[in-house]
Design a protein around this ligand. Sequence first.
Ligand SMILES: [Fe+2]
Ligand SMILES: [Fe+2]
Length: 290
Amino acid sequence: MKATILPTPTDLTIVPRDRRFGRETATPRLWHGGSVEATAIYNALSTTFPTGEAFFVESVRKFREGAPPKLAQEIQAFTTQEAIHSREHDAFNRRAADAGYDLSKLEARVERRLAVTRSKPPIVSLGATMALEHFTAILAHQLLANPRHLEGGERQTADLWRWHACEEIEHKGVAYDTWLYATRDWPRWKRWKVKAKVMLYVTRNFLVDRTSGALELMRQDGVTGLEAWRRLLWYLWVRPGMFRKIAGAWGKFFLPGFHPWNEDDRHLLKAYDASAIGLAEPKRKVRRAA
Ligand SMILES: [Fe+2]
Ligand SMILES: [Fe+2]
């Protein structure tokens, strides 16, 4: 029996929300409710965004040529959203550096990983982007669906993460649809095999790199050794347990007929947009990026 794939909804329009966060007040060093481990893991994640999202854009845009008009349009809006995310996380990372964190080791690690992927054919970069965008989308879903994750966070910084999460959900089908388009002539088995291999590879790197990055930042706050491991693993896997809570959604990626929009979670976007009324936002229009 052929599995049903629910594609990207036809009435979805990706509209960048050009917002700025945290420019007026200094961000406290332990912005996440004074918690060393919570601050560390979000800061470690943020360190990856400016270069990581530029890489996503570069990888997807290589396959824009000849794409169906709707997809080409979505790639354009995706590009704009990611460019604005990079800008805001770059500003956030500078505030973390101003608060005394040394992010250089974490940044160097991201660069090393990207250099390995860039040395391979462009389809590998697109595959890695497609897998990481799914990863980002399920993290984003969990972040918006469960307020506990950002509980106690400094308001502007928590807003930054919610805004980013919202747009990650909105454009979650773009890299996947580009991948489907780029591999349209591949046999189904080959497509699945490559997709699964890439997901396992990026997941391993994601878990290893973000854990070691968070441990490095915790060390800079004087929390080391077994105590650091215990607190971080508890935070990630038990309470609030972000990684445990996304495990089911992660596994769905390997099922036949998977598509990111098989789960239509636009109610989270609506709820976010309703809650963000009043946040500074110049215009809801697509700016042309590069
Ligand atoms: Fe993003
Ligand atoms: Fe994204």
